[in-house]
Write a protein that binds this ligand. Sequence first.
Ligand code: MN
Length: 251
Amino acid sequence: MGVVAGLLAALGGGVKVVDLTSPLHEGTPILRLPPPFVNTIPFSRTEISRYDDRGPAWYWNDFACGEHTGTHFDAPVHWITGRDGQDVSQVPASRLFGDACVIDVTADVELNPGYLLTTDDVRAWEAEHGPLPDNTWLLLRTGWSAYGDDPEKFLNPITPGVTVECAQWLADDPRVIGLGVETVGTDAGAAHSFEPAFPCHRYLLGANKYGLTQLRNLDQLPARGALLIAAPLPIVGGSGSPARVLALLDA
Ligand code: MN
């Protein structure tokens, strides 16, 4: 049996699919930048028809949102350090798959909501679970998705993230494809005042790597061994896109 045939057979029972995507709706929390910066719009929709005179047999909507709304994908061109890199349509499909390595810092975040992942945390994970594999999508489990339906709490200026040193280390490590987080962005809430500012964006996108945000259900994944699938829309020239993010794991 081929590898794909084996996987298809296992979808009947041996493989579990976990949806890591936050539902997208008008109340989905979005990033809020202070003045003078311009903000993205919230998700909105306009009904075109609903089995009525406007379209008797069909229901459909127009929708509007930013490229960085809800669970979404950051492409390298999102940041000035990646301005010559890939837009979201140019990201090779092979980079949208990876080995999901989940680092759980929920206990640290309970004590300190501004907790920052350190290189020592990653090394401790490797000591317990083995070296990061090639094609790692590093997923930072913080428990923050529990606030995903409470924008005030979700967007608290103090949110967890990654230290400057660790962001640079992840960007430099050829095994790492990207970083996924539960928060509104890959950087911590306080990262505007880090030196340098917004290190995950600066270093990872500058290294032609990627970000995934507002993930849910990371508590359903093992520390390693799940296959991550990220599916942003191939917006030509786009800086990112809302994405469906799935994980496949042994049932
Ligand atoms: Mn983004």
